[in-house]
Each structure stands twice: as structure tokens, then as C-alpha cells.
Design a protein around this ligand. Structure first.
Ligand SMILES: O=C(O)CCC(=O)C(=O)O
Length: 249
């Protein structure tokens, strides 16, 4: 499945076509992570709305659930992970309903850079500050959250097909892929459709409390704000990282 995206088979400025003779493995090895693939691919839209995942989300979150983000991690050998963070820092919800569904497309192990989490760190609803990290060989360029003890972190090793659901306040990270295998994962983010989404858009009449990004996709139930319509989807885009991370160690 990532082959078609990585071979540039969709209408996207950011995912350029590759020569026919290029092997799939080489084509997919160009990318750490493709953001918003569901904006351009019907296959990915169907994955976002996966029936089994949607059914769990309706129990975990609420009867009405919308999705605002998909991320297809490919993470080839030697590619970096992402430092400690809470997803809610990036995608604020009004009611703490942000939930990630992390779907393993390969076995994810400590060696190939599985997810690590700090159990229970979502409970208080505390959002930690962020800073630039100093470990470009391990993590991509995203900022790191800091100000907490991380000795109790646990690896979240998964078999292909497993789905991990986690709250947007959970502190998590992943490390560099130190294996010779890919670590592909589809991570989609969902929230209660009743919560406004102050992500990207300024509020109505300049009111922050009314800010509501509408580039969303309903996956369960009714959209209470259907009267607003939805924003047209944009392109997919590619996550960049420091090529120094590809040094072996
Ligand atoms: O799986 C990874 O490498 C990182 C995923 C992640 O941090 C996220 O989904 O927010």
C-alpha cells in the first residue's frame, strides 16, 4: 500500500513520480513519514474509517467521532524516531478527547523503533513545555517535551495488524530504526465530533474559543457542526529530518 503513494501515483506536488524501473523498496525508502495521505488516497480514507477501529473509538471517545489527521510512517532502516511529546500540543481539543490509533503494518520491536510510552502520563491533563533536542542521530527535528521523569517508560511492541489506541496527553516517543527492516505504521488522530478543533483556523470574529478547523472526516455518528460544511482537503506532505540521522551506530 505505501508503494503507490511513494511511487507518486497520486495527484500530489509533494510525492513525485519515480522511474518505473525503480524497485518498490527503493521508492518507499525515500520517506520517513507521509502526512495526510487520506487527503489524496481513497484507500487511506477507507483505512481512516476502518469499521473495527471506528467501533472501538465510539466506545473510547464518544458516539460521534471525527478524524483530522493521518500519518503513514515508513521509517526505513537507520531512519530516526520522534522525541518525547504529547499529541495534544499539536492538535488541541477542547475536551481532551484527542486519540491516536497507531496501526502496525509491520511487526514493531525495540530494534526497529517501536513506540515507547510513559503509562498514566495522560491522566492529569498537564501539557509539558517543549524545546529543541540535542540528539539528531536518534530523533527527527520535532521539539521534545521535557520536565518529567522518564525512567518508567515502556516499549509498546506490536505484531503486524495490532492497533494501539492512546490519549492525546500521553507522553510517548520512538527511537531510531536499528534493524534492517522497515517499521511501517499508519497513525490516525480522532476526537469527539462535539469538540471544536482550534487547529490552523482563527476563530469566528477573532474569538479563540470559536476556532474550528473543518478539514475533518466523520468516522462515527453525526457531525453536530455539519451546517458549517467542511474545508477542502489539501495535499499530503512529507516529514523532513536531519540526514545526519542516517549515520550508522
Ligand atoms: O511511531 C512513531 O514513530 C511516532 C508516532 C507518534 O509519535 C505519534 O503518532 O504521535
Amino acid at each position: 500500500m505505501p508503494q503507490r503513494l511513494c511511487r507518486g501515483k497520486y495527484d500530489s506536488e509533494n510525492l513525485k513520480p519515480v522511474p518505473d524501473e525503480m524497485p518498490d523498496e527503493e521508492a518507499i525508502s525515500q520517506y520517513l513519514c507521509i502526512h495526510q495521505p487520506h487527503h489524496i488516497s481513497d484507500f487511506m480514507k477507507n483505512a481512516v474509517a476502518h469499521h473495527g477501529v471506528a467501533s472501538v473509538l465510539s466506545q473510547l471517545i464518544a458516539p460521534n467521532v471525527k478524524c483530522m489527521q493521518s500519518m503513514l510512517f515508513i521509517k526505513p532502516p537507520r531512519f530516526p524516531g520522534q522525541a518525547w511529546h504529547q499529541d495534544e500540543v499539536y492538535i488541541p481539543t477542547r475536551d481532551r478527547s484527542l486519540t491516536g490509533a497507531w496501526m502496525a503494518l509491520d511487526d514493531a520491536t525495540v530494534e526497529n523503533g517501536c513506540l515507547w510510552a510513559l503509562p498514566g502520563s495522560h491522566r492529569t491533563g498537564y501539557l509539558y513545555s517543549q524545546r529543541k533536542h540535542d540528539n539528531p542521530l536518534e530523533f527527527d527535528g520535532a521539539l521534545e517535551s521535557y520536565g518529567f521523569e522518564d525512567k518508567d517508560e515502556v516499549p509498546v511492541e506490536c505484531a503486524t495488524g495490532d492497533v494501539v489506541f492512546f490519549n492525546g496527553y500521553l507522553l510517548h516517543r520512538s527511537r531510531k530504526n536499528r534493524s534492517t527492516r522497515f517499521r511501517r505504521v499508519l497513525v490516525n488522530h480522532y476526537m469527539n465530533a462535539y469538540s471544536l478543533l482550534p487547529w490552523h483556523n482563527p476563530g469566528e470574529g477573532g474569538r479563540m474559543a470559536l476556532a474550528d478547523y473543518r478539514g475533518i472526516m466523520m468516522v462515527v455518528g453525526e457531525d453536530p457542526y455539519a451546517w458549517k460544511g467542511t474545508d477542502p482537503y489539501g495535499d499530503a506532505h512529507v516529514r523532513s529530518f536531519d540526514p545526519a540521522a542516517l549515520e550508522s551506530d
